[in-house]
Write a protein that binds this ligand. Structure first.
Ligand SMILES: C[S@@+](CC[C@H](N)C(=O)[O-])C[C@H]1O[C@@H](n2cnc3c(N)ncnc32)[C@H](O)[C@@H]1O
Length: 252
């Protein structure tokens, strides 16, 4: 596989991208910790598409050993630097579509903000299922095609029918970055997970108040309070731009 030089581009600073997104960062952390709390302590955990290690603090104590995978050398170097105090981490350069681990290597897999870059999501899920133990857990985040603003736009433009197809929707960034950026219909992802023999345990709607006006007018602590109380109930109708799913692999 070949990585489009986006995360490796010296002109792109992914860490800086998060500096103006404290609300979304904390909302992701909240969701990840919430779903992890529903899983048993792991012997071996894998984070696929680890980036610069933004989320390692949420899970490194939840496992005896954590394997952090990314195809970008720049991201792995930044993770090594950022996470040097966390001693149970091993970094591996690889693509999710071709993981260099034997079957049933891990109890828990995490994949946050990586799914939207995948051209072959089915191949990726098959690979994640292969390296997970029977009854292992997957926490998967994906970009939501039918979030509140997309629904509103579709109503105004009379394109609701198109929005509700299961076809992934490319977003604007794709044209500038030449990297796949795809938004998924939650039903599509749930079907793919079930096809790979995952049972859905819990779904969360995340970054529900990602809106420039809310972010400007409301203090971060209040936004996070709203986020905390909305993630679970909002999952019934998926208004958030980001969806987290906790899924459990079948017995065999
Ligand atoms: C948006 S970043 C997310 C990083 C991290 N999970 C987070 O939430 O901060 C996406 C990451 O996925 C990695 N990535 C892209 N394509 C991948 C693939 N096919 N397999 C595994 N990782 C991939 C990128 O190198 C990048 O580090």
């Amino acid at each position: 596989m070949k990585l489009t030089p986006y995360y490796d581009d010296p002109l792109f600073d992914y860490k800086q991208y998060w500096q103006a997104r404290q609300y979304e960062n904390r909302a992701d952390q909240l969701a990840l910790k919430r779903l992890l709390s529903l899983t048993p302590q792991a012997k071996k955990l894998i984070d696929i598409g680890v980036g610069f290690g933004r989320l390692t603090r949420c899970y490194h104590r939840h496992a005896a050993a954590c394997t952090l995978v990314d195809p970008s050398q720049k991201m792995l170097d930044q993770t090594r630097q950022n996470c040097r105090r966390q001693k149970n981490l091993t970094l591996v350069k690889a693509f999710v579509e071709n993981l260099p681990f034997p079957e049933a290597s891990f109890d828990t897999a995490i994949m946050v903000r990586t799914f939207h870059h995948l051209k072959e999501p089915e191949r990726a899920l098959a690979e994640v299922a292969r390296v997970l133990k029977p009854q292992g857990y997957l926490i998967l985040e994906f970009a939501n095609k039918i979030h509140f603003k997309a629904q509103l736009r579709a109503w105004l433009q009379g394109t609701v029918g198109r929005l509700h197809t299961l076809k992934p929707a490319p977003v604007g960034q794709e044209r500038q970055t030449k990297v796949p950026f795809l938004n998924y219909h939650p039903q599509h992802v749930i079907r793919l997970l079930k096809k790979h023999r995952f049972q859905i345990i819990q779904t969360l709607s995340v970054s529900n108040f990602r809106n420039p006006i809310c972010k400007k007018l409301l203090p971060l602590s209040f936004l996070l309070f709203l986020e905390k109380i909305s993630q679970k109930p909002y999952a019934a109708f998926w208004p958030g731009p980001s969806i987290f799913i906790l899924a459990k692999k079948a017995d065999n």
